[in-house]
Design a protein around this ligand. Structure first.
Ligand SMILES: [Zn+2]
Ligand SMILES: [Zn+2]
Length: 133
């Protein structure tokens, strides 16, 4: 089984997941925009049981955004790492932290109804007013 490596900007936090994302897409909700500081967040979903830290988990700080969602970031460099869906048992990995190329590509946009007003979506991927699909 192929594995994918990922790391934060400063390199202290390293993660590894199998190349088995169950979905991959772009979230345009205002909370992802705030948290990542980017127009939208590209994530890949994988079962929490398949996610592991290679090193640096002591540098990971979490922010409980809601009962269901925990956001994780590196306390040293601030890189956004993933959101964890507590009851669904999923990790939504921020694709930007990957150093390996996954075999999947984002296939949808969610929360397009609250996308950044300056952003024009210029691809043909499926769009959903809200989410998740
Ligand atoms: Zn870091
Ligand atoms: Zn979002």
């Amino acid at each position: 089984m192929r594995t994918l490596d990922g790391a934060c900007l400063c390199g202290k936090v390293k993660i590894q997941v199998p190349d088995e994302f169950e979905y991959m897409g772009n979230c345009h909700c205002s909370e992802c925009r705030k948290f990542t500081g980017s127009d939208y967040s590209s994530v890949g979903g994988i079962s929490s049981s398949k996610f592991r830290f290679e090193s640096g988990d002591e540098y990971v700080t979490t922010y409980q955004k809601s009962e269901e969602t925990e956001l994780a970031f590196c306390s040293c460099c601030g890189s956004s790492l993933y959101s964890r869906k507590v009851t669904r048992g999923m990790h939504n990995i921020r694709l930007g932290i990957l150093d390996s190329v996954p075999s999947h590509k984002p296939s949808f946009h969610i929360f397009v109804g609250s996308k950044a007003p300056w952003l024009e979506i210029a691809d043909n991927l499926k769009q959903f007013e809200n989410g998740p699909v």
